[in-house]
Design a protein around this ligand. Structure first.
Ligand code: ACO
Length: 311
């Protein structure tokens, strides 16, 4: 007898074939992808805010040009990801409504403020560094459109990470005040960057299924460990330190040991009580409302084109 759609789907997953939009897929596979891809897209566009804050005050013309390009890349990532989500049968307008109503999430990391220029460096180095660690395995995600979007995004993220590292490298070798500013930014961003990988495996509601479906390839804790191992080495090249007295190489494990993440803080940020949650969502809603005329104009133009084609 010919295999049913469920068997074909399972065989494709175990055979490392990509699932494409027109293939049959279980409802909960589709729902998980929509949740994750939408959350990811929302993170990219909300993530423009903390750094956008420094565009008008970047310390040189060159720094300003680089930062504008970087923030623009994040907008582009959001667009690829909304497109990837739309292949699953949802509309981006709906997803934006869910974000604006607080019914879909975006990454906890973008709820922290950027009071100094060094924050732009720390975001590039730590936040984009964590994003790459999490996203490189997503290039092998079982859902084709998401995996392909990730390839380009990861290339751009690695440029972002280098520009962040370079900003901190220059500051760390500058005046004592610049050096202190770099260290302060690293102190504030380090722990929140570890929270980007999600709750501990024991608390991760979706990991079991997502790993079985090969959406996720590694667990939250495994990726967090991989990131700590990378950052603990790179911080030495910067000549700065990480704010964790328990950080120590463990030769037996072949990994760095590190201190406990403050999961109460993570929970509070997810609930909406981080330092900038309200500000981020208000700004996003206002930007959406301000852009209404652009959407209307695009619709009117499309209608005219369609009329002309029909005439
Ligand atoms: N910020 C906000 N919410 C989070 C975070 C975080 N850092 N980590 C986990 N969560 C949420 C999950 O969305 C889930 O919420 P829900 O059940 O209400 O939907 C809940 O916490 C439990 O977490 P998990 O079961 O571990 O969730 P999941 O399996 O989806 O793993 C992870 C979380 C690792 C973030 C995964 O979704 C992922 O890899 N996403 C793609 C990467 C991404 O979104 N990056 C955005 C930041 S990087 C950037 O934009 C530069």
């Amino acid at each position: 007898a010919p295999a049913g759609p469920r068997q074909r789907f399972d065989a494709m997953i175990s055979g490392e074939e990509r699932i494409e939009p027109r293939d049959w897929m279980p409802d909960d596979y589709r729902a998980t992808l929509i949740r994750q891809i939408a959350q990811h897209a929302h993170s990219e566009i909300i993530g423009m805010q903390p750094e956008g804050n420094w565009i008008t005050r970047a310390p040189s013309l060159k720094r300003k040009a680089v930062l504008i390009a970087k923030v623009q890349d994040e907008a582009g990532h959001g667009l690829y990801l909304y497109s990837a989500a739309e292949t699953l049968g949802v509309d981006r307008a709906e997803l934006l409504d869910l974000l604006h109503e607080g019914r879909q999430r975006y990454s906890s990391i973008f709820n922290y403020p950027t009071p100094t220029w060094a924050d732009v460096g720390a975001i590039g180095w730590l936040v984009d560094g964590a994003a790459i660690t999490n996203q490189v395995p997503l290039c092998r995600c079982s859902y084709g459109p998401y995996a392909r979007a990730m390839v380009r995004i990861c290339k751009e993220e690695s440029f972002h990470q280098r520009q962040g590292f370079e900003i901190l490298h220059v500051l760390a070798r500058g005046t004592p005040r610049q050096r202190a500013m770099a260290q302060d930014a690293v102190d504030r961003w380090y722990w929140p960057s570890l929270m980007m990988f999600g709750p501990p495996d024991s608390e991760s509601a979706h990991s079991g299924k997502s790993m079985a479906w090969r959406i996720k390839r590694y667990s939250n804790d495994d990726l967090r460990q991989r990131f700590v191992d990378i950052i603990a080495e790179q911080v030495r090249a910067l000549g700065l330190t990480l704010p964790d007295p328990d950080l120590a190489w463990n030769a037996e494990r072949g990994h760095y040991d590190f201190g406990a993440v403050d999961w109460a803080e993570f929970t509070a940020v997810l609930k909406g009580d981080g330092p900038c949650n309200r500000q981020r969502i208000e700004h996003r809603r206002a930007a959406h409302a301000d852009g209404a005329w652009v959407r209307e104009a695009a619709r009117a133009h499309a209608a005219k084109q369609a009329d002309r084609a029909a005439a």
